[in-house]
Design a protein around this ligand. Structure first.
Ligand code: ZN
Length: 468
């Protein structure tokens, strides 16, 4: 008798719950504020271009791998509850040890094996995926990029520029916009994080996972410090009071019984636990030894990498050391290009260093002004060239100079025919006669850091102006 009345009460509660069903997430959903210059198609295209790069740079598990299949199923289930525009989501597992996850514009989502290893339950993994899906829904990356572009081009014509037949990716590259691995635009603001947490909470709730676990996982990483999740924590910074915000959002929703771990999750945990995932360092090492034909035409990295041994070049105005497998083009009184033979084609330098003099408009021009005049002149010869960031003071063997980073289109074409992005590091030094000596260090963006440490910085440290 007692047993029966208890059942009846349970039924009543269940009925009450179903009557008080939460409003559809579609109705609760607040699209983020902030302008987005990208059309839906452009957003998807930008994400797919970046995804092609990611596939070259990171060890992605094959789609047929059971771990990939599981993460893809979980991701698609969560994505089917996402509000707003429906994006072509895809979910990928990176065989990397560090804890990380990121989303590209328009749908591609990546999660590291290390992340799966670190989760305590399925809801935590669902929380990471729901959070990344939310970055896609709210279009955080392209909104951040739009902000940057607006600084360069008035918004009124930005859409036309992106829509021009010249190709959107080339335009984006010229403006320094890319969404690949390590992209500035995938580093989310605290505001974007707050939005991704709230929307992620709703998506988890609607899918049937306990949203508290989203905050629990993020906070677990936070408390462990940055050693295993450095990129994750810098790309997804703590908006503050993560748990409280999630808990407050959950309180606005009717109580609900959440699902526990599926057998598939337990199998995925076992598989991930037994995997030998690569560290970021090991991945970088593989990249370095690998052939880079994909983005450099026929050029392989081995053809351009500095040897490690230096040789001296004596010019009338300066002396400098350079890698002994590179070549000096020019003579002791002319402008000079020092580059690997394979790095120069059709008079354009893809990898290497140009050293030249520049005579400012007036002898009394400050180093600052002369440097900016020089940049304008360089831009006339290369309209795609743009300064990124501010110029900085630098000292080369006692001589105070200026250092500034520029970006522009490289003479190297990607497979799709578009110029890859080039980084140009300009250093200017005042010479005794009042002219500037300037040095431009050139490499495609993706190789710049390696070139900088292995060739450009040692070269710059060896540069001595002649005492004339
Ligand atoms: Zn985030």
């Amino acid at each position: 008798m007692r047993f029966r009345s208890f059942t009846a009460r349970m039924l009543a509660i269940l009925l009450a719950l179903s009557i008080a069903a939460p409003p559809l997430l579609e109705a609760r959903f607040q699209p983020t504020s902030g302008r987005d210059a990208f059309s839906r198609e452009q957003e998807i295209q930008a994400g797919q271009e970046a995804a092609a790069e990611v596939t070259k740079q990171l060890p992605i598990l094959p789609e047929s791998d059971p771990l990939s299949r599981y993460v893809s199923r979980l991701g698609q289930t969560l994505a089917s509850h996402a509000p707003g525009d429906k994006w072509p989501y895809s979910f990928h597992v990176v065989n990397q040890k560090e804890i990380n996850a990121f989303a590209l514009p328009g749908g591609p989502v990546y999660v590291n094996v290390g992340t799966i290893q670190a989760t305590d339950n399925e809801a935590q993994l669902a929380g990471v995926l729901a959070h990344e899906i939310s970055h896609v829904v709210q279009r955080h990356a392209t909104r951040a990029a739009t902000k940057q572009m607006q600084a360069q081009i008035p918004l009124a014509i930005l859409g036309a520029v992106l829509g021009s037949r010249g190709g959107m990716m080339g335009q984006l590259a010229q403006m320094g916009i890319s969404f690949g691995v390590g992209s500035y635009f995938l580093k989310n603001s605290r505001e974007a994080e707050r939005e991704a947490d709230l929307l992620g909470t709703d998506i988890m709730y609607d899918t049937g996972y306990d949203p508290h676990q989203l905050a629990a996982f993020f906070e677990k990483l936070q408390s462990q410090g940055t050693s295993r999740a450095p990129t994750f924590l810098s790309d997804h910074p703590d908006p503050g009071n993560r748990s409280q915000s999630v808990a407050a959002e959950v309180r606005t929703l009717p109580a609900k019984r959440f699902q526990g771990d599926s057998q598939e999750f337990q199998a995925a945990k076992r598989q991930a636990g037994g995997m030998k995932a690569l560290t970021a360092q090991e991945i970088a090492q593989q990249q370095k030894t690998g052939n880079a034909t994909s983005s450099m035409g026929q050029l392989s990295r081995a053809d351009v990498m500095p040897s490690g041994n230096m040789r001296n070049f004596q010019h009338q105005a300066y002396q400098i050391k350079y890698p002994d497998n590179w070549q000096v083009f020019g003579d002791t009184s002319s402008s000079v290009t020092i580059a690997p033979r394979a790095g120069v084609a059709d008079n354009a330098v893809a990898y290497g260093v140009i050293i030249d003099g520049y005579q400012a408009e007036s002898n009394r021009t400050s180093l600052d002004d002369a440097t900016h005049q020089l940049i304008q002149q360089l831009q006339q010869g290369n309209p795609g060239l743009r300064a990124v960031g501010n110029d900085e003071d630098i000292r080369i063997n006692g001589v105070p100079g200026k250092s500034i980073d520029l970006i522009g289109p490289s003479p190297i074409k990607a497979q799709n025919g578009q110029a890859v992005r080039e980084r140009d590091w300009l250093v200017t030094l005042p010479m005794r006669n009042g002219d500037l000596l300037y040095v431009v260090f050139i490499a495609p963006d993706q190789d710049f850091q390696t070139m900088r440490t292995q060739a450009f910085e040692p070269m710059l440290r060896s540069l001595h102006l002649q005492q004339q």
